[in-house]
Design a binder for this molecule. Structure first.
Ligand code: HEC
Length: 137
């Protein structure tokens, strides 16, 4: 069906076009390396959180989110070394991510998985918002 194919192609092309318009941020090599390492840890954390939610381990998920992604994680991730190099709006998205993770942590330990999932999505929305807008040069 050509029409359906055209629609699929359009849907596939849309995110790529958006990606081309990302703002390129220039960081000293060591800072960029630290940022990328943090990012890989963020993804690993999300992966673990989903596993814990699936297994009904909400307490553990709440604690890990706070320690590895929440406001408590900022020092561990050397956020104070990276933040000064970032454009202000990008830095704000980063702060929102840490806040969303701490919020998720508080919700998760209350033990309601549906509410925890809603709060988890608030974290991933910040990942997506930043990735859609910024790239490293
Ligand atoms: C404040 C902005 C920002 C936020 C928030 C953010 N990222 Fe990133 N992330 C970046 C940038 C910039 C890059 C580098 C993109 C590029 O290659 O130019 C990146 C790269 C990555 C990478 C690739 C790392 C590598 O080794 O190349 C992963 C994985 C990643 N992010 C995961 C996440 C996850 C998961 C979240 C949310 C929990 C997240 N990021 C939140 C800005 C952000």
């Amino acid at each position: 069906m050509p029409q359906r194919l055209a629609l699929i192609l359009l849907l596939l092309a849309t995110p790529l076009q958006a990606a081309d318009q990302r703002i390129a941020v220039q960081l000293p090599a060591a800072v960029a390396e630290q940022l990328r390492a943090n990012m890989r840890d963020h993804l690993a954390t999300l992966d673990k959180l989903l596993g814990q939610l699936a297994a009904g381990q909400l307490q553990a998920a709440g604690q890990m989110a706070e320690e590895r992604l929440g406001l408590s994680a900022m020092q561990h991730h050397h956020a104070d070394h990276i933040a000064p190099y970032l454009p202000e709006p990008m830095r704000l998205i980063g702060s929102r991510m840490h806040e969303a993770a701490s919020h998720f942590g508080r919700i998760a330990v209350e033990g309601d998985r549906d509410r925890a999932l809603t709060a988890l999505r608030e974290i991933t929305a910040t990942c997506t918002a930043c990735h859609n807008r910024y790239q490293l040069r």
